[in-house]
Write a protein that binds this ligand. Sequence first.
Ligand SMILES: Cc1ncc(C[n+]2csc(CCOP(=O)(O)OP(=O)(O)O)c2C)c(N)n1
Length: 203
Amino acid sequence: MITKEELVAFEMDIAEVFATGVIRAPVHLRAGREEMLIKIFKDHHIGDDDYVFGFWDSHELALLKGVPPQELKQAILDGKSISLCFPQYKVLCSGIVGSLMGAAAGVAWALKHQQQKGRAFLFCGDMSSETGIFHEAVKYVTNFDLPAVFIVCDNGVSVMTDTRAAWGSSDPWFKGTKYESKIIYFKYTNGYPHSGLGKLIKF
Ligand SMILES: Cc1ncc(C[n+]2csc(CCOP(=O)(O)OP(=O)(O)O)c2C)c(N)n1
């Protein structure tokens, strides 16, 4: 499996390329959660049969799922960083908040009822986990015990808004509920700005 150092180096390489202005599309870099992501992939033996759903910040997920770094880099250079899709690797991402929770639940339903191997793993941010569709999807996969896991990577903010202040709660809504059985939650501090490099890139 790809190492923490390789994940860090990949994002640093993309940051350098992005700074030159050749990528004419948004890029969301992440640092500080590599060890947790590696642990989750290892602990759950996420492999070829499994589906990984992600959002605008999914470089690391694609690498951990087995997308070759050069193939991933080319997709990013082509402007697809926020919506990376590699169906052959079962990696499906979207730049739209809340857009894939239902899809992950649907895939988990199909896998179970078609008696296929594989599970659906959906990785999202803390604000995304407060959306209504996240709640509905988690409720559905919990109540029907579908093979799905929702991983909440909590960096404390939605772009620059404090998530906990926005919802008036010091904890995510699911803390202490039965839905935690389908959720993995961890906190991290992102070493990059939400999007880009925090400075104007001209192209
Ligand atoms: C429907 C929709 N509304 C707004 C946005 C703009 N947007 C992109 S990321 C984001 C913040 C999401 O916060 P969180 O889920 O905590 O993600 P993270 O901080 O981990 O990137 C927003 C509002 C969007 N992509 N889609």
